[in-house]
Design a protein around this ligand. Structure first.
Ligand code: TYD
Length: 232
């Protein structure tokens, strides 16, 4: 197998823009966060579909990406001991740099709603649980675009593990072990950024979707109201 250079690696590509789409000046950046097994991927897809129905141009994407660094990260899922905590952190940051440059920033500049499955708060929580100071992780992420909204879906870590086992019929990987997820959940719970909204993830898919939509609609109204005001 030939090694890919970062330039050749594929990150998640934005979809083609419909020229009839409702665009938002500067875009809207929404991220889904939380421990494994909260159902955030399901919620992300439902939200993306609903926003597309409303006519918005939506780019849904995720981290780790499919790019060269994302692939290296996925190798770590199998054998986490293969990299030091510092090296692991570096890989997530390198993956994000490429993702922001190639996917997120261009889509926001086009006026899209970008919905990302995990972003830097995951790094703060997971690499923080892996022994690195959460504040220093946040500092390393300070040059990346700040989300307009981070939805943290919250569930009990034991329920998360149960869901992973039921859905995938496989044992949780090292990122997903209970003791680790308890630490991750604790760091997520302590976050205080103004753009965070916490939603209880233990209801039905429809109930949670309604709460997500309500939150997004509010943030969207605030952003587009502001954009309309700025346009005069
Ligand atoms: P996940 O969203 O569960 O991906 P998939 O649906 O492909 O399994 O993310 C994979 C794992 O990566 C998850 O356990 C959390 C971890 N992770 C970090 O440790 N740091 C990060 O910065 C990110 C983005 C993810």
């Amino acid at each position: 197998m030939t090694a890919l250079t970062p330039r050749e690696g594929r990150v998640n590509r934005p979809e083609r823009l419909e020229n009839t789409a409702r665009l938002i000046p500067g875009g809207l950046f929404i991220v889904f966060e939380g421990i494994d097994g909260t159902g955030k991927t399901t919620q992300l897809h439902l939200l993306a579909e609903k926003l597309r129905q409303r006519g918005y141009a939506v780019v849904s994407t995720r981290e780790p990406t499919e790019g060269v660094y994302g692939q290296k990260i996925r190798e770590l899922f199998v054998d986490r001991g293969a990299a030091s905590p510092e090296r692991e952190l570096e890989l997530f940051i390198a993956d994000r740099e490429q993702h922001v440059r190639e996917t997120i920033e261009p889509a926001l500049a086009d006026g899209c709603i970008v919905i990302c499955d995990r972003y830097y708060l995951s790094t703060v929580a997971y690499q923080g649980a892996n022994g690195i100071d959460p504040e220093s992780i946040l500092a390393k992420n300070k040059d990346f675009p700040v989300p307009d909204l981070a939805i943290i879906l919250e569930i009990d870590p034991l329920d998360g593990i149960q869901r992973i086992e039921n859905q995938r019929r496989e044992a949780p990987n090292t990122f997903e072990k209970e003791a680790n997820l308890q630490k991750v959940a604790k760091i997520f719970a302590a976050m205080e950024q103004a753009y965070i909204q916490r939603i209880n993830g233990s209801g039905t898919i429809e109930e949670i979707h309604d709460l997500v939509l309500e939150t997004v609609t509010r943030v969207l109204a605030r952003k587009t109201g502001r954009a309309a005001a700025a346009a005069g």
